[in-house]
Design a protein around this ligand. Structure first.
Ligand code: PGA
Length: 256
């Protein structure tokens, strides 16, 4: 059975709004050469670039995602960004619990759980990032760390028919390192995650409403090895999504 891969670009805080627009334009041009385009494409610029990129991609087979959201829909929360407003702006996805947020702003599993609930309540598809640090891996705790993160992020959540969720397995120590994990290792982690999901939700929901994707130094020269793994439904890409050329190359290889 053919799977429809999803390719998600995480631009992080790398591009100004002007540069984000330029890259979106270049990506649209490059993806126009891929016919038929079967993979799902999501661009996640920084908050300031969202509305500009939303306008650029109107009518294109490209979806928009944010890199975070707050758990309350509206109110006195200085500096936070509402999932409801993101949806209104045209976002369909939101990255939650990225390791850089866990590390630099001390985001906790409990906060991530609240954010996942807020995303689903506002018709956004949460892209929940999980992954072990190098120390946790050395300790042999990898499987239990990622299981715990998935389980905590989904506490108290019941999926409605229209809800969709993406879990992104991103080993923290390979992000931005240029060196991805072995595809077989990622496949193992995906199976561990799948089992946690099956414990939480029905098998039908896991098969029909949840994708498990890999992230961490995905490049054109290694992406194929990940995408042939049966439990890997797509990729979350940082560095290689910052140039239209390399991003389009990833999409080509994901376009099965
Ligand atoms: P990378 O980032 O592709 O640059 O390793 C991936 C991510 O952090 O989502």
């Amino acid at each position: 059975m053919d799977k429809q891969n999803i390719v998600i670009a995480n631009w992080k805080m790398n591009l100004s709004p002007a540069d984000s627009l330029k890259l979106a334009e270049a990506i649209i041009a490059k993806l126009g050469e891929i016919k038929p385009l079967k993979a799902q494409i999501v661009l996640c610029p920084d908050f300031l670039s969202l509305s500009g990129v939303a306008q650029k991609i109107t009518g294109q087979p490209i979806m928009l995602g944010a890199q975070d959201c707050f758990w309350e829909p509206v109110g006195a929360f200085t500096g936070e960004v509402s999932a409801q407003f993101l949806h209104e702006l045209g976002c369909a996805y939101v990255i939650l619990g990225h390791s850089e947020r866990r590390q630099y702003v001390a985001e906790t599993n409990e906060q991530i759980n609240l954010k996942v609930k807020a995303a689903l309540a506002n018709s956004l598809i949460p892209i929940i990032c999980v992954g072990e640090t190098f120390a946790e891996r050395q300790e042999g705790d990898k499987d239990s760390v990622i299981s715990q993160q998935v389980s905590n992020a989904l506490t108290g959540i019941r999926l409605l028919d229209q809800d969709k969720v993406i879990i992104a397995y991103e080993p923290v120590w390979v992000i931005g390192s240029g060196q991805a994990v072995a595809p077989e290792e990622a496949e193992h982690a995906h199976r561990v995650i799948r089992q946690v999901l099956i414990d939480h939700f029905s098998m039908n929901a896991v098969n029909g409403q949840i994708k498990i994707i890999y992230g961490g130094s995905v490049k054109p020269n290694n992406v194929g090895n990940f995408l042939i793994q049966p439990a890997i439904d797509g990729i979350l890409v940082g560095g290689a999504s910052l140039e239209a050329e390399s991003f389009a190359e990833l999409v080509k290889q994901a376009n099965l």
